[in-house]
Design a protein around this ligand. Structure first.
Ligand SMILES: Cc1cc2nc3c(=O)[nH]c(=O)nc-3n(C[C@H](O)[C@H](O)[C@H](O)COP(=O)(O)OP(=O)(O)OC[C@H]3O[C@@H](n4cnc5c(N)ncnc54)[C@H](O)[C@@H]3O)c2cc1C
Length: 444
């Protein structure tokens, strides 16, 4: 018989939250004064600020400045209980969550498990590409980039050198655009100093986008300007192109053209990450859970979903809300109040998304911002947008220390044209053997 996880009962209704991302974190906060026992389950013991992960991958900031331990965030919240565990399944009949540390009983269950990388069923891509969905991914990408150059020093064959020095990024959304921009800045200002024996004029950065514009979903001005910025910075942009296959070395495009790289970064899409055990009818296309305007999962009284994993279909949002931090935060905040009202038999407030706009940064002094302030659309591209982008990201990072560390890093990087986090640490990426046909020249 499965055992129960050890969590002392406080006798109050148990609100079990799976996932401490933007949505889960905000929900815990909004239940601070509620007469409930809040149990947060996450497979990590920290919250990750995903929007800055690309800066960890490109050596701009330290990994630990964008993560924050849950126990620290909620150290003064009396009704808060945390268990680091992976949720395997839920038993909706018995009101139990099956986790890697045992069963956890709930009165109200909130699924806030976010999204996961979508390879659209391409197993070869999943095996060979690098994703950007977790802090481990970001560190692994940083290791790979730096390791590539260390290995390139030992080669003189042009194709093999290019395979290590060239990068292919798939997906022209914010992550792809931001990564491409950051890599070009490293190519210009940092790598030539670290590796004077390598010729960085031959380092190509390709950005492949299936549609005809970058940053789809943002204004036409933002799309056009980001394309212009990246082209000026020397990124090779392939619009209206899809990747057909990637075997870890050759990228084949849908028109038959090929590119050679050992590093393909997959930023082409995400899919919802629901937990097992729910009725199949509750799961929509895109693996998101169908919720009503109170974020209640269709078909259940006491199970809710918030954030990326939730799809609230309304006339204004026929595909559900965008998979961004703001809908997750706003849903988490409102659900806290609604759960208290539900418990006391009071009416619930329907969720209305307050769209505050979107932003992406391309490089030093270059960003695009479509903001909605006081019901007005404010669009900015360039230096001002870059300042806004930095300000909003700084105030959004969890933890004062983290904000200070990130700000210091940004100042340092800006004025010195340097970035101090060029370390190959932790689990190194597997050394992919260089093909035997290549002549190796030892450079001493
Ligand atoms: C690289 C990148 C850049 C981004 N940039 C931006 C940006 O600039 N602006 C913006 O608005 N949005 C951005 N986003 C999107 C934004 O981060 C998400 O929309 C947001 O994180 C969604 O919040 P969430 O709480 O739904 O899920 P998440 O923040 O993904 O949190 C999910 C949590 O659930 C936990 N979890 C998942 N499954 C389990 C399980 N089975 N058991 C236990 N725990 C589990 C995870 O460990 C995680 O802590 C970006 C995303 C990525 C990946």
């Amino acid at each position: 018989m499965a055992k129960y996880a050890r969590i002392a009962s406080t006798g109050k209704p148990k609100v079990v939250i799976i996932g401490g991302g933007f949505a889960g974190l905000e929900l815990v906060k909004s239940l601070r004064n509620a007469e409930v026992q809040v149990i947060l389950i996450d497979k990590q013991n920290y919250h990750t600020f995903q929007p800055l992960m690309y800066q960890v991958a490109t050596s701009g900031i330290e990994a630990d400045s964008i993560v924050h331990p849950f126990r620290k965030v909620f150290e003064s919240q009396k009704n808060f209980y945390f268990r680091m565990a992976e949720v395997q399944c839920i038993d909706t009949q018995q009101r139990l969550v099956e986790t890697s540390i045992g069963l956890i009983r709930y009165d109200y269950l909130v699924i806030a498990t976010g999204a996961t990388t979508n390879y659209f069923g391409d197993a070869q891509m999943e095996k060979n590409a690098i994703a950007m969905k977790s802090i481990d991914d970001a560190i692994s990408l940083r290791n790979t980039i730096l390791d590539n150059f260390e290995r390139a020093l030992q080669l003189d064959d042009e194709e093999q050198l290019n395979s290590l020095m060239d990068y292919v990024i798939v997906g022209g959304g914010a992550t792809g655009v931001e990564l491409a921009g950051a890599l070009t800045e490293l190519r210009k200002h940092v790598f030539p100093k670290d590796y004077p024996e390598l010729d960085f004029k031959s380092m190509d950065i390709h950005l492949i986008q299936s549609g005809g514009e970058l940053l789809k979903g943002m204004s036409p001005e933002a799309s056009k300007k980001s394309l212009q910025f990246l082209e000026e910075m020397g990124v090779k942009i392939w619009l209206n192109r899809r990747v057909k296959s990637y075997d870890g070395y050759t990228v084949t495009l849908d028109n038959g053209e090929t590119l050679i790289t050992r590093t393909l970064i997959w930023a082409a899409g995400v899919t919802g990450n629901p937990v097992k055990g729910l009725r199949p009818e509750s799961i929509l296309k895109g693996n998101r859970l169908k919720v009503d305007v109170y974020n209640r999962v269709e078909g259940y009284d006491n199970i809710f979903a918030i954030g990326d994993v939730a799809a609230m279909i309304t006339p204004e949002n026929p595909q559900g809300h965008p998979m961004l931090a703001q809908p997750a935060i706003q849903q988490g905040k409102l659900l806290g109040k609604n759960l208290v009202n539900l418990h006391h038999g009071k009416p619930l407030t329907p969720f209305v998304y307050k769209d505050q706009g979107a932003m992406a940064t391309i490089g030093r002094n270059k960003a695009v911002a479509d903001l909605k302030l006081f019901k007005k659309d404010i669009r900015s591209q360039g230096f001002f947008a870059w300042l806004i982008w930095m300000f909003i990201h700084l105030i959004s990072i969890v933890g004062f220390r983290n904000r200070l560390v990130v700000m210091t890093n940004w100042f340092w990087n800006y004025f010195t044209y340097d970035s101090g986090n060029r370390l190959i640490v932790g689990k190194k990426q597997e050394n992919i053997p260089i093909t035997e046909t290549i002549t190796h020249k030892t450079v001493i």
